[in-house]
Design a protein around this ligand. Sequence first.
Ligand SMILES: Nc1nc2c(c(=O)[nH]1)N(C=O)[C@@H](CNc1ccc(C(=O)N[C@@H](CCC(=O)O)C(=O)O)cc1)CN2
Ligand SMILES: Nc1ncnc2c1ncn2[C@@H]1O[C@H](COP(=O)(O)OP(=O)(O)OP(=O)(O)O)[C@@H](O)[C@H]1O
Length: 201
Amino acid sequence: MNADAKAAADAKALRHSIREQRRTTPASQRISAAERLADQLLSLPFMPDRGHVAGYWAIDGEIGLHAWQLLLPPSLVYCLPVLHEDRLRFAPWRPGGALLSNRYGIPEPDITPDGLLAAEDMALVVAPLVAFDARCHRLGMGAGWYDRSFAFRRERAAPPWLVGAAFAAQQVDAIAAQSWDVRMDAVCTEQRVFPAPPDTE
Ligand SMILES: Nc1nc2c(c(=O)[nH]1)N(C=O)[C@@H](CNc1ccc(C(=O)N[C@@H](CCC(=O)O)C(=O)O)cc1)CN2
Ligand SMILES: Nc1ncnc2c1ncn2[C@@H]1O[C@H](COP(=O)(O)OP(=O)(O)OP(=O)(O)O)[C@@H](O)[C@H]1O
């Protein structure tokens, strides 16, 4: 097996075991973790005070963002990702707003394509992840949606600020960065914030 094939096989095995573990987190723990995560997210030094912020609709045992959404000031518009061609776009969503199920069975706002916002229009994006390391590398579900949609952040400074959200138990020692990986500016768990180290590291 060559090095790339080995890295892909390792990532697949890691995704499988962490997703399984994540799904077994008891409800009581999930509820308090989501509340503590909200406080960590609101404490970020670069938390914007106006504009659009993106979250996600938690699936597959992901840590919830509902507590954070409820605590956002009215000057921030909460958005959800919408799959559009090969990229993510975003649409404002409030509880009660119309939803449709996408190809993965994830609810997304029911909105016509011309109403969708581009990744570049977001002030801050909270990205779901399967595993992360202390240097803010992110391993996602493996379809590359966030990497493709935010590839422009490899050459350009924030905004949008990119923040991974996870249970502390999803931390691993190191994730071998792929050439296309987009590093997060921070990762927040229910326990703490991991700020990204300077670019040179
Ligand atoms: N809550 C949430 N929303 C999200 C993501 C995410 O990771 N979490 N995504 C992050 O990129 C995008 C969707 N990406 C996804 C990629 C794969 C699978 C998935 O469950 N795949 C199945 C098998 C494939 C299939 O059903 O077609 C699997 O792995 O079991 C789900 C979402 C956009 N929205
Ligand atoms: N900037 C890009 N341009 C083209 N293809 C890309 C880009 N970024 C990622 N990809 C493709 O997406 C595939 C999946 O990438 P990766 O395994 O890093 O996904 P992920 O970050 O785990 O998933 P997700 O972002 O969906 O949660 C890669 O094999 C690669 O082919």
